[in-house]
Design a protein around this ligand. Sequence first.
Ligand SMILES: Nc1nc2c(ncn2[C@@H]2O[C@H](COP(=O)(O)OP(=O)(O)OP(=O)(O)O)[C@@H](O)[C@H]2O)c(=O)[nH]1
Ligand SMILES: [Mg+2]
Length: 293
Amino acid sequence: MDNNRQNTTINWYPGHMAKTRREMKEKMALIDIVYEVIDARMPISSRIIDLDDLIHEKPRILVVTKYDLCDPTYTNPILDWYKESGMKVVSVNLLTGKNVAMILSHTKEIMQEMNEKRKRKGMKPRAIRALIVGSPNVGKSTLINRLVGKKVTQIGNRPGVTKNLGWIRIHKDIELLDTPGILWPKFENQRQAHILAIFSAIKEEILDSENLARFILSMMMEYYPERVLERYHLEKINPLDMETSFLEIAKKRGALGKGGTPDIEKVYTLVLRDFKEGMFGPVTLDRLNDIPR
Ligand SMILES: Nc1nc2c(ncn2[C@@H]2O[C@H](COP(=O)(O)OP(=O)(O)OP(=O)(O)O)[C@@H](O)[C@H]2O)c(=O)[nH]1
Ligand SMILES: [Mg+2]
């Protein structure tokens, strides 16, 4: 990895994440099914690395949000790989609600199995209890609002919107535990940390805008070079001299300070905002061979 990419280390593990993990573990015995929510633009990087340790062998549905924003050419092979390895995978667009009903039908199948087992043991059928879990900002609360069909929980395009665990009845037979986004105490993989950061899964206040802007340009030059060159009307970007490119972008986009000189801080913010607002078109920043195996 070239050193334009990750010259600062990102770690974000505030106290509420440790608390969420603890509370999740305590509640795990009550849970029948887990909705693992990931972002289609980072179908590998947005997964919680040690989720298996947290949820053990509970039945799971991998819910892939923001499918409308991803590049299916690269997201689909990764999702196919998950399916081939035995996971139930449902891709959704939570702005339209596309495919959300499939989550309910998979859940009901699992509920039926659960209640048949209970019946054999002479127990009454009961509502199924689901846990929703995922990195910050992947769309967990939006998914819940979609499942319920109205706004029952707060959402926002930044990490840390949901603060506490809370039970919500999403269907007459399904209770769901909404949880705040979690990460883990230390990123072993800084590429993953940076991808999470540029998709707003890490609190902006702790991040360095120059570092993120450089990361975005270098990732875009690797995966979608024509889009970034076109957006900023550049002929090339020299990965060893990004400074020059940022200055050119500043001039072309009017990111200027006093006296009309390029304001480099403004350019970093502009590139980051362009990226977050999807101005480069649908993107996916993970590739099939990034899957750890
Ligand atoms: N385009 C698009 N945007 C989505 C989709 N799902 C969620 N979003 C947006 O993503 C942002 C984050 O959604 P939330 O539901 O608050 O995310 P969360 O996972 O609950 O976040 P925390 O509570 O902070 O962990 C919001 O701005 C949503 O509108 C989707 O499928 N497509
Ligand atoms: Mg939330």
